[in-house]
Design a protein around this ligand. Sequence first.
Ligand code: FAD
Length: 385
Amino acid sequence: MITPSTIAIFEHVMKQYAVELRQIGQTIDREPDRLTDFLHTSALQAINHMMIPPEYGGQPIVTIGQDRYYGLSSLERVITIEQLSAGDAGVFLGGPGPSMSSIVMIDLGDEEQKERFYSHFLKGPAWAVFALSEPEKGSDATEISTRITRHPDGGMELTGHKFYIGNGHRASIGLVFAQTNRTPLGIQVAIVDPSLPGFTATPLDTMGLRGLQLSHLQFEAFPLEEKDILGRHLSPTKRGLWGALRTFHRMRPSVAALALGVAQAAYDYVVEHRTIFTEREKTELERLEMRLHALRSMIRNAAAEIDHDANKGYLASLSKIRAASVAEEATEWALEMMGPGSMLEHPLLNKWYRDARAFEFMEGTTSIQKISVFQAYANGKMQHV
Ligand SMILES: Cc1cc2nc3c(=O)[nH]c(=O)nc-3n(C[C@H](O)[C@H](O)[C@H](O)COP(=O)(O)OP(=O)(O)OC[C@H]3O[C@@H](n4cnc5c(N)ncnc54)[C@H](O)[C@@H]3O)c2cc1C
C-alpha cells in the first residue's frame, strides 16, 4: 500500500525506468515493430509484470525502503504511469503486460481463468488486448455488434470487428466484449487465444502513440468454450459490461496520468531548453506549472477516492477531462515557446504534440465524461465534491 511518505521514493524508481523509455521513444515512434528489440530493458521487463497480483506470480517493484508495489491500486498506477509517460507514453502503452485487462480479470475472472491469463506474462514478455470499441461503436458500448453465438451442440463462436485496439497485432491473449443477446446485460467478456483460427489483426497507421500499434481485429467463426466466458460464477448484473464499468472507473485516472506525464515532459523541455523568457512568457510558465501541480493533486485524489469507493467514477471523469485538455495545451504551448520551425527542430516536442491528441479519445471522450459527471450530479452523488 502506497503512503504519502513513500511516494517520492516510488517516483524516483519510476523516473529511472522513464529514462530508458525516453531513449527508445523516437525509434519506436518511427518503427513500432522494433519494440521487441528492447524487451530486455529493465523498464519493459518491469512493465510486463505490473498489475499481476502476487498470488498469481506477480513480481513487485521493490524500493530502497523495501516497499513492494504491484500496481494494483489506482493510486499506485497514477504515480507510476505519470512518470513512465513523461519518459515515453507510446513505449509505455506499447509495452508488454496484462495492462487494463488485469483489472477486468481481477473483478470478473474465476480462479482457473486468472491462472490461465496471468501465466502468459510469467513465461516472458507477452501482450494482452482489451477489445471493446468497434468501427462504428466507440462511445456507446451498449451498441456493440460483435456476437457470441451458441450452437445446439454446446459449441460457441465469436464473430465481429474491433477497432482501435491497443497492441492488437502483438497480443497472445485478449479480453473481448461481445453480445450474447440484444440487452445490455447480454454483453459478456470472453478470453480469446489469438493463435486460434478465425482471428486476424491488422495494425493501423496512426499519428500519435504509435508504439501502441492500434489495430483492427476481426473474428470470423472464432471458436469459444463456456470456460472462456468471464464471470460465470457471478450474478448477471456483476459480470459482462456492467461488471466492467467499475473497471473503467478504476482505469480512467490512469489515462489522466498519461496525459499529465506528457504535459509535464513538454513543460520540463521548455524549462531546460529556453534560458531567457519575456515577462509574459514567465507568467505563462508559472501558470502552467501551477496547473500541472493542481492536476496532479486532482488525479491522485480521484485515484485514492476510487480505491476506497469504485462508484466515485465521476472524479475520474473530471480529472480525465482536465488532463486531456492540459496535455493538448501544454504541448502546443511548448512548440510556440521554442519558436518557428520547432516541429522540425525539436522532434520530441513534435512527438508529444501528436501523442497528446490521443488522450481525448482513450477511455471516453470529453462529451461522454461530461455525461457521466452530469448523471452523478443529477442523482445526488456529487453533492459533497
Ligand atoms: C490511443 C487510443 C487507444 C485506444 N485503445 C483502445 C483499446 O485498447 N481497446 C478499445 O476497446 N478501445 C480503444 N480505443 C478506442 C476508444 O475507446 C474510442 O476511440 C473512444 O471510445 C471513442 O470512440 P470513437 O472513436 O468511436 O468515437 P465516437 O464514439 O464515434 O465519437 C465521435 C465524437 O462524437 C461524440 N459523441 C459520441 N457520442 C456522444 C453522445 N452520446 N453525446 C455527445 N457526444 C457524443 C464524441 O465525444 C466524439 O467527439 C483507443 C483509442 C485511442 C485513441
